[in-house]
Design a binder for this molecule. Sequence first.
Ligand SMILES: CC(C)(COP(=O)(O)OP(=O)(O)OC[C@H]1O[C@@H](n2cnc3c(N)ncnc32)[C@H](O)[C@@H]1OP(=O)(O)O)[C@@H](O)C(=O)NCCC(=O)NCCS
Length: 380
Amino acid sequence: MTVPVVISGAGLWKPEHIITNAELVTAYNGYAEKFNTDHRTEIEAGETAALERSSEGFIEKASGIKQRYAYVKDGILDVERMRPRIPHRSEEELSHQAEIALNSARTAMDAAGKTGADIDMVIVSCAYTERSYPAIAIEVQHALEIDGFGFDMLVACSAATFALQRAVDAIAAGSARCVLVINPELTSPQVNYTDRDGHFIFGDVSTAVVLEAAETCTAAHSYEVLGSKARTLYSNNIRSNFGYLAYAEDTDPFGAENLFHQQGRKVFKEVCPMAAEHLQSQVAEVGLAVPDIKRWWLHQANINMNLLISRRLLGRDASAEEAPIVLDEFANTASAGSIIAFCLHHEDLVPGDCGVICSFGAGYSIGSLVLRKREARATG
Ligand SMILES: CC(C)(COP(=O)(O)OP(=O)(O)OC[C@H]1O[C@@H](n2cnc3c(N)ncnc32)[C@H](O)[C@@H]1OP(=O)(O)O)[C@@H](O)C(=O)NCCC(=O)NCCS
């Protein structure tokens, strides 16, 4: 890097509501039973397939997920509704996504020792934004009294790492001094809770990261960005088609084909080798070797994906300390997963230790940043 860029603060906000696998499975099975009763004639005539039961055992074994957080729990477990009941907010109120974005942003700014006056660029980057414009980032910028500019970007599960790369490049190029990257992952409204294959996958959360030039950093824990790498490869295997064209196409905007769906097996088989190769080459590009990496803050979609990727990288299982798992508590939080892992598992690293943040998911998209912990600068 020409101008050394650092991550100087990170923040995590999680909702107060938890949904356990047991609660989710009870609701789904109640829905399936009702569906099968209501459609008995079509099912007996072979016109409609009966819904099979979901199981807690399957979910934990296949994904590693034990629970997830929900921004609004009301409605998700109601077999007559099967989606959250989120109160509508007027244009005069703070939007839902800006609210959760701010919750994590303030923690990240405190960790970095920054106020709105220090920041000049805001990126809200996540899998979905609740509206097209004005950008959620500009709403956040306004709330934090930041003089500068903000924009939203969407790259599904790699939204956070791709935005971090944008921030690093902007600081290195001199178009920003200090950047706030926020990932308000409000995933629950796009989950099809009536789909046995996918009803357990996602959770809500918001994460935020502050980046700046090394020379302005005063944080207790900071990490020089040694390199960043983004890659995409088109695939239909993870899709969400929800969008504004439904109005003109006369299609059901809430149809199952518009909500999250995936070919989970194919994703698993195709993405794991891609992610392992990507990480290997990225580490080499910054002049390091895999054994030099003390911590892998990996994307958190599925524990078996992480186990396989770490095995390919290390030639053995990674310890919980080397590649922390947070998806048991948070589930898949789209782009926020690797940042949650970073937020919860970075302070114990010592100056000189290197770590890698990496995401992988829909697109396909893979993003990674190699970090090296810095000495804390004396502030007295
Ligand atoms: C999604 C994922 C967890 C599913 O695990 P899997 O082992 O591949 O599961 P499959 O879909 O092949 O189903 C295995 C069996 O369990 C059954 N099953 C699926 N969902 C079930 C549920 N909720 N409860 C009980 N059984 C279930 C299937 O019907 C299938 O039964 P069969 O063998 O009799 O046909 C897995 O494919 C995966 O991790 N993919 C990675 C991608 C990912 O998570 N992406 C998120 C976005 S990045």
